[in-house]
Design a protein around this ligand. Structure first.
Ligand code: LER
Ligand code: MN
Length: 269
């Protein structure tokens, strides 16, 4: 089971400052703690020098298993389910623009908050129809390049659209694309799933990526989730992807990253 950690880099700093300075330092630290990969959050691939990025990451022997797209929602308000067709179109084009970068790294593209939230006055059914349409268009473009998309069920406090594996699997049926699956995150699962283990089994081969945080969203080992059981089930279903740490920098990012990998290795099957 390979381990990664999310590296949050704000797009503006990403290009200008963090990339050459902080970014490289952070990637070096992540490698020194024993991680195999680094999951990147990229607001706009147009702001990234892909060659430079690859040089830094591969220079430390790391892979990029997944690329997060949520900053485009957080910082620009782009969303698949906006009531403004221009915003929906911009979100779709932005997500499609991640495909060449993802193809270069063999990374899965994460669709979290960019799916949006139903705006006032729009029905949930209409949001779902927009979502299915956007996912079908994006999946078709990515399939041609061998790239996969993973939609992340998020808890009810972040969106009204797709909270759990059951809803996610129904969405997968509606989208009807082989390269479209789910990203499961233990923090959200702890809030929304009837049983984390049963939901992992139900999702099976459609688990395209996996996030870990403990019940309090601190590093694994700092809360009350049963990671020994969770990782055992992932092993039993033959999950061959990355387990990627996405948690709060408590007591600080470096200590959290070190404690997480130490703990995860101690409970791995
Ligand atoms: C992103 O992976 C995630 O888990 C969300 O909670 C971000 O808002
Ligand atoms: Mn997550």
């Amino acid at each position: 089971m390979k381990l990664a950690i999310v590296l949050s880099t704000h797009a503006a700093q990403f290009q200008a400052v963090a990339f050459k300075g902080d970014f490289e330092t952070n990637v070096g630290r992540i490698a020194s703690y024993g991680y195999n990969g680094v999951e990147l959050a990229i607001r706009d691939p147009a702001l990234v020098d892909a060659g430079q990025l690859e040089k830094v990451v591969s220079g430390y022997g790391l892979e990029v298993p997944a690329i997060g797209t949520g900053q485009a929602w957080g910082e620009e308000g782009l969303s698949f389910t906006s009531d403004d067709p221009a915003v929906r179109r911009a979100a779709i084009e932005r997500v499609k623009s991640h495909v060449p970068l993802a193809q270069r790294f063999g990374a899965t593209i994460i669709l979290g908050l960019i799916r949006g939230i139903t705006p006032p006055g729009q029905s949930h059914a209409q949001s779902m129809a927009f979502l299915v349409e956007a996912l079908q268009e994006c999946s078709a473009v990515a399939a041609a390049e061998g790239v996969r998309f993973a939609l992340e069920p998020l808890n009810r406090y972040e969106t009204d659209l797709i909270h759990n594996v059951e809803e996610g699997m129904h969405l997968i049926q509606r989208v009807g694309a082989e390269n479209f699956g789910l990203l499961l995150d233990t923090f959200h699962m702890n809030i929304e799933e009837p049983s984390i283990e049963a939901s992992i089994r139900a999702c099976g081969e459609r688990i395209f990526h996996f996030h870990v945080a403990d019940s309090n969203r601190w590093h694994p080992g700092a809360g009350h989730l049963d990671f020994r059981g969770i990782l055992a089930v992932l092993g039993q279903i033959g999950y061959g992807g990355y387990v990627s740490g996405e948690f709060m920098p408590i007591p600080d990012a470096d200590t959290g990253a070190q404690r997480a990998i130490e703990f995860l290795k101690s409970v791995m099957p």
